[in-house]
Ligand binder design. Structure first.
Ligand SMILES: Nc1ncnc2c1ncn2[C@@H]1O[C@H](COP(=O)(O)OP(=O)(O)OP(=O)(O)O)[C@@H](O)[C@H]1O
Length: 341
């Protein structure tokens, strides 16, 4: 039985910039179930990190605002919590790991002390018990000579080991939700695989739900149960891993998949990049934001924003091609092929 732990409902996030107001997240909705991994994918600038930071309430105060929608954690609105209450939730119930481990680490403090700090603050543990738990976590994330390394500073660790320390810190209080924003992008491929394996292993041991933000579909294939595809501040398609990989319906999702190298495919076949670039969020009006780059654009796409259509169960897509009035000959071959199977 799926148990929903986090729910983002029709969230809109705006920034005041020098050139005017931009809406970076434009009506995002998704649910996260206990213990599952939801991957949020999309090109740079599509609003993945803003979505994550909104959940953590870590957006810059001076120029950003969640203008609409809600974020429900265990049915409580996070947006209504006081700063103090939110600080209690951050790190203990919902944790975040960033691409650059140094975002989370204090360079002037020994890592052991940093892990212990969270435990003492959130779980009121004594110094001795917190030390024991910090050591346990260092061992759990696979840091050799863990006891001695508790006494080291962040710069004494390699990039991969530093990210392990951050994961130890993020999971020390056994949070129910872990948001990992490009956690392995800065690491080389073998270390990347080790960190992802570690996250999967810890997720099983601790029953953590993970929101994994990435632009790497290979990482998604290895990690995700469900996938949300973001484009220009909106989720344009979401579904299970299989639905997104084997029955993609949005031309943007198709484009992402076609631009990804596949292991079992003829290497001489060229990859197909998505031509053009994402729209300027400052001037985005009505219509589908992908219309200018889409190979299947129809007249309606430029003037009216497509609403979510249910493909099956929880697989949804926001695209005019799904509309019953769209002639079948307009559908991309891949969509037709998959749907007529
Ligand atoms: N602090 C900020 N001030 C102004 N605009 C911002 C700020 N942070 C984000 N934005 C805007 O929000 C958009 C979405 O940014 P976001 O970081 O969420 O993208 P992303 O999908 O995570 O991309 P990346 O993969 O490059 O991290 C950006 O294009 C930018 O216009």
């Amino acid at each position: 039985m799926e148990r929903n732990i986090l729910k983002v409902v029709n969230m809109h996030v705006s920034f005041k910039t020098q050139t005017g107001r931009i809406t970076a997240v434009r009506g995002v909705s998704f649910e996260l179930n206990k213990g599952e991994t939801l991957a949020i994918v999309g090109e740079s600038g599509s609003g993945k990190s803003v979505t994550a930071k909104s959940i953590m309430r870590l957006l810059p105060k001076h120029n950003s605002e969640i203008t609409k929608g809600d974020i429900l954690y265990e049915d409580r609105s996070l947006l209504k919590l006081s700063i103090k209450k939110m600080q209690e939730i951050r790190g203990s119930e919902i944790s975040m790991v960033f691409q650059d481990p140094m975002t989370s680490l204090n360079p002037t403090m020994k890592v052991g002390k940093q892990i212990m700090e969270g435990l003492q603050k959130h779980q009121n543990l004594s110094k001795t018990v917190a030390h024991k738990r910090a050591l346990e976590m260092m061992k759990l994330v696979g840091i050799p000579s863990a006891e001695a390394r508790l006494e080291d500073y962040p710069h004494q660790f390699s990039g991969g080991m530093r990210q392990r320390v951050v994961i130890a810190m993020a999971l020390a209080c056994n949070p129910k939700v872990l948001i990992a924003d490009e956690p392995t992008t800065a690491l080389d491929v073998t270390i990347q695989a080790q960190i992802l394996d570690l996250m999967k292993d810890l997720q099983q041991k601790m029953d953590t739900a993970i929101i994994l933000i990435t632009h790497d579909l290979g990482v998604v294939a290895n990690m995700a149960d469900r996938v949300a595809v973001m484009y220009a501040g909106k989720i344009v398609e979401q579904g299970t891993l299989d639905e997104i990989f084997y029955n993609p319906q949005h031309p943007y999702t198709l484009g992402l998949l076609q631009s990804m190298p596949k292991l079992n495919e003829d290497r001489s076949k060229p990859l197909l990049p998505i031509l053009g670039s994402p729209p300027d969020l400052a001037t985005l009006g009505e219509g589908c934001a992908f219309a200018a780059r889409c190979p299947h654009t129809m007249k309606v796409c430029h003037s009216f924003t497509p609403q979510d259509t249910v493909v099956e169960d929880k697989h949804t897509v926001a695209c005019w091609l799904q509309d019953v009035r769209t002639p079948k000959e307009y559908l991309p071959e891949t969509v037709v092929a998959v749907n007529s199977q």
